[in-house]
Design a protein around this ligand. Structure first.
Ligand code: PLP
Length: 421
């Protein structure tokens, strides 16, 4: 057996190429605002807010207190059958009131991948319930990412995440549609036949696919296609929900009317594992009628009370500190900074929507090497698909820190020699 593998950490990172990371893994031990500390004594600016989750910044004592208080009173109680717990009830009400979907019901679960399973199973279950049993296809965008549980793996438009499972789709009939051109989406829908399509699922702004904001009119076009063809519109707001676009939900930013919203990350800023779905009345009503079925996507930790208490505190902080307004300012600062470097010949394109930024590099400058060099200089950035460097720090970032991370990207480019293609 390979020695480095045997003596390395017992923890197997399921989303890492182990032979490449062994011996150079970074172990984070402490978080403090927009920075994290590592076992080798470094203090790094968290330019990606972890995985787009650490929106209020790290290490807030108030969040720890909320968790401790809740655990001392009731760690959790399940929400099966007649049982609920008061914190899950409260969080669902809060999300319903914040969400742009009128009279919604809220399912709470454990994270983003789970939220996608909740949303897409529900979309298919809904049509079965209405007797439209032929409506089973889930349409998703090229380059989309919807987590790695069974539904997300099946529908997502990033093929490597399906590699080795033996089938194109684990659970659902799926088809993918163009990311930018709404006319191509219409043709895909017509080709499959709208009577076979249960739902269209989309991230309002594609994250993992390379920070791709929607073309003007594109999301509105998806809405029209869904409405005109009796197709449910499911928005995956796992990244965009709870403030990252300068609104509580991107749904508001783009004036959409989704039937289901999947959410996670920003609901708790990562202080607890929580996600779920906001469901419009049209979809939940048949399950509430006498004779209606049980939805059946409960887990032990659905509506986990401590996770909910922590999420409630996070939402209180976002509101109290005006962080959504701050995101709008930060979008302006990031746009100006990225705009100022976009004519650099080593850069193909820069993209910003809300406080999500991507720097697409020319192929001779691998994003992975640029991100590694930025790390050397104390700035965490993440290489994404399409040779993009992701910049999307916490909402508590200062203007100077935005300038700092963009300058670090340029100075990293100065260090990274171009590769021959
Ligand atoms: N959906 C989107 C759009 C995401 O970006 C992610 C994670 O990055 C997920 C779903 C999955 O969330 P999680 O990793 O919490 O399961």
């Amino acid at each position: 057996m390979n020695d480095a593998a045997r003596t390395g950490p017992a923890l197997w990172s399921a989303q890492a190429h182990m032979p490449s990371v062994l011996g150079r893994q970074i172990v984070v031990t402490r978080g403090e605002g927009n920075y994290v500390h590592t076992t080798d004594g470094r203090r790094l600016f968290d330019g990606t807010a972890g995985l787009w989750h650490a929106n209020i910044g790290h290490g807030r004592a108030e969040m720890a207190e909320a968790a401790a208080e809740q655990m001392a009173r009731l760690e959790t109680y399940h929400v099966f059958g007649r049982y609920l717990n008061d914190r899950a009830v409260e969080l669902a009400e809060r999300v319903r009131d914040l969400s742009p979907v009128a009279d919604s019901k809220v399912i709470l679960n454990s994270g983003g991948s789970d939220a996608v399973d909740v949303a897409l199973k529900l979309a298919r279950r809904y049509w079965q319930l209405l007797g439209r049993t032929e409506k089973t296809v889930i349409l998703s965008r090229d380059l989309s990412y919807h987590g790695l549980h069974a539904y997300g793996t099946s529908v997502a438009g990033i093929d490597v995440n399906r590699e080795g499972y033996g089938t194109e789709s684990l659970v659902a009939d799926t088809a993918r549609f163009d990311t930018r051109d709404i006319e191509k989406v219409r043709r895909t829908v017509a080709g499959i036949g709208p009577e076979r399509i249960a739902a269209i699922v989309a991230e309002p702004i594609q994250g993992t696919g390379g920070v791709i904001p929607p073309e003007p009119g594109y999301l509105e076009g998806l809405q029209r296609i869904a409405d005109e063809n009796d197709i449910l519109l499911v928005l995956d707001e796992v990244i965009t929900g709870f403030g990252r676009t300068g609104h509580w939900f991107a749904t508001e930013r783009y004036g959409l009317r989704p039937h289901i919203i999947a959410m996670a990350k920003g609901i708790s800023s990562g202080y607890s594992a929580v996600g779920g779905a906001v469901v419009a009345p049209e979809v939940w009503e048949p399950f509430y009628e006498s004779g209606g079925p049980v939805y059946r996507h409960g887990t032990t930790y659905s509506g986990h009370a401590t996770s909910a208490a922590v999420a409630l505190k996070n939402l209180e902080i976002i509101e109290r500190e005006g962080l959504i307004g701050r995101v709008r300012e930060l979008e302006g600062v990031l746009s100006a900074e990225l705009g100022s470097i976009s004519s650099d010949p080593r850069i193909a394109e820069t993209r910003v929507a809300g406080f999500l930024g991507g720097i697409e590099l020319r192929p001779e400058y691998p994003a992975e090497r640029v991100a590694d060099e930025m790390l050397e200089q104390g700035w965490i950035a993440r290489p994404l698909r399409g040779n993009v460097v992701q910049v999307s720090p916490p909402f508590t970032t200062t203007d100077d820190e935005v300038r700092g991370i963009v300058a670090a990207a340029v100075s990293a480019l100065d260090v990274v020699a171009p590769v021959d293609l």
